[in-house]
Write a protein that binds this ligand. Sequence first.
Ligand SMILES: NC(=O)c1ccc[n+]([C@@H]2O[C@H](COP(=O)([O-])OP(=O)(O)OC[C@H]3O[C@@H](n4cnc5c(N)ncnc54)[C@H](O)[C@@H]3O)[C@@H](O)[C@H]2O)c1
Length: 148
Amino acid sequence: MRIGIIGGAGHVGLPMGIVLADAGFSVTLIDTDEERLRTVEDGELPFSEPGGEPLLESALEADRLDTTADIGATADCDVVFIVIGTPIDEHHNPQMDVLLGVVDEVIDHIEEDTLLVFRSTIYPGTTNIVCDRLEDAGHEVGEDVYVT
Ligand SMILES: NC(=O)c1ccc[n+]([C@@H]2O[C@H](COP(=O)([O-])OP(=O)(O)OC[C@H]3O[C@@H](n4cnc5c(N)ncnc54)[C@H](O)[C@@H]3O)[C@@H](O)[C@H]2O)c1
């Protein structure tokens, strides 16, 4: 089983990816921050995570962890975690554009029987919007794709 993590070089996504790889899953870290991805590929963590580096090194050696900036990699994933934040504006209104843009890109690539997991902090109602977009794209949520 292959797991893709969008935001996979972040403080939540990266440790989660390393632990999942250590548990035996094949993990693809998908992130726009290519510098962080290069650091990870070199076996180093871009931030302090005690105990993380030996697990990262063994995941890389076992070929269970790879990285990419290409969101199209989600096409090869059975489970896709989304772990990017939702910024707020000066009035504390959520700025959903980036997250929903990512969701639309995932929908363009998603294969049948994929599980889409929102692991980041999201605004109430986000999963309903995502389910509507999946249905608009011809999917049947709960039947051919799954969202949590
Ligand atoms: N850090 C925590 O302890 C914590 C705890 C609970 C919840 N959260 C939530 O988890 C989410 C992520 O937090 P974090 O601390 O990991 O943030 P982070 O900034 O460390 O990581 C986010 C990652 O997402 C990447 N990213 C941003 N836009 C992207 C895109 N369009 N495509 C691919 N990658 C993209 C960034 O390059 C970054 O590496 C936030 O919603 C946060 O509120 C964080």
